[in-house]
Design a protein around this ligand. Structure first.
Ligand SMILES: Nc1ncnc2c1ncn2[C@@H]1O[C@H](COP(=O)(O)OP(=O)(O)O)[C@@H](O)[C@H]1O
Ligand SMILES: [Mg+2]
Length: 263
């Protein structure tokens, strides 16, 4: 059965005024993208090509100059509970324990305490953080903090997860563990994910589709369906074929040297 479209980005244009150089910077130029419900889409492209701008517009943090984003056919005007955003920096309150951090959302929404506690416990189990409830953020490892940030978002049960290079700041081993975790969470929860990355390997490892963007102004260069079964093995020959193909697309975008730098 064909899956219905959950997110539609239609002809998005966005430019900024660069005060320092006194010029207009076109961040997105007529970008159109459709994401079916339940799909995991990774977006990769050179630094400064407009990836964060795209994510911020879908999140409702920024408005496009023209074009629109629809979620379930409704235009997005502002941030909403249907979209949870995970950034590279862990968005945790340092003065609250892990449990209090995760409880924050449900409390703000007025969920009764007993129910909130149950949702929080379930969410902490989902991200494998049970047992660490009473620790403060500084007592958690980088990987645990990023899982905690994920829990803060998942506890509100958004339909959509928007992730902007969430694992760019952690070490390689932690990153691999977090990638497995996100792939499992996605499979278990059926969320729709828009995941921005700088890493070709990460893009192929996680995405049903890898969308590559061109150097500014950001347009879609290619949209590659990844038909590898999960869990995926980055050392397999077919995985490498995808990796090579996407690296080539990025090279053609004029950016081979910058594809692995976070930004
Ligand atoms: N608030 C802003 N003011 C001015 N320029 C901006 C602003 N946000 C982004 N830009 C510019 O828009 C372009 C795209 O930025 P961004 O979406 O952050 O790229 P990416 O996430 O792909 O690295 C960059 O040239 C950046 O400098
Ligand atoms: Mg960015």
């Amino acid at each position: 059965m064909a899956r219905d479209t959950l997110i539609t980005c239609r002809c998005l244009c966005k430019s900024y005024h660069d005060i320092q150089h006194g010029e207009r910077v076109v961040a997105l130029d007529n970008l159109t993208l459709e994401i079916p419900r339940g799909e995991f889409v990774t977006v990769i492209g050179p630094s400064g090509c407009g990836k964060t701008t795209l994510l911020n517009i879908v999140a409702g943090f920024e408005r496009p100059d023209s074009g629109e984003v629809l979620v379930e056919n409704q235009p997005i005007q502002e941030p909403g509970a249907d979209r949870g955003v995970v950034f590279q920096e862990y968005a945790l309150f340092p003065w609250l324990t892990l449990r209090q951090n995760v409880e924050y959302g449900p409390r703000e929404r007025g969920v009764p305490p007993a129910e909130a506690r149950e949702i929080v416990e379930r969410t902490l189990r989902l991200v494998s953080l049970q047992g660490a409830e009473n620790r403060y953020p500084h007592e958690l490892s980088g990987g645990m903090r990023q899982r905690a940030a994920l829990a803060r978002v998942l506890v509100n049960d958004p339909k959509i997860l928007l992730m902007d290079e969430p694992f760019a700041a952690v070490d390689a081993q932690t990153r691999a563990a977090l990638q497995r975790e996100v792939a499992r969470l996605w499979a278990e929860t059926g969320k729709t994910v828009l995941f921005i990355t700088h890493s070709v390997e990460e893009a192929v490892l996680l995405g049903d589709r890898v969308v590559t963007m061109t150097t500014r102004p950001g347009r879609i260069k290619a949209d590659v369906a990844v038909s590898l079964s999960r869990p995926r093995d980055p050392t397999s020959p077919t995985f490498n074929d995808y990796r090579r193909a996407i690296e080539q697309l990025l090279t053609d975008a004029g950016t081979a040297a910058s594809t692995e730098k976070p930004g």
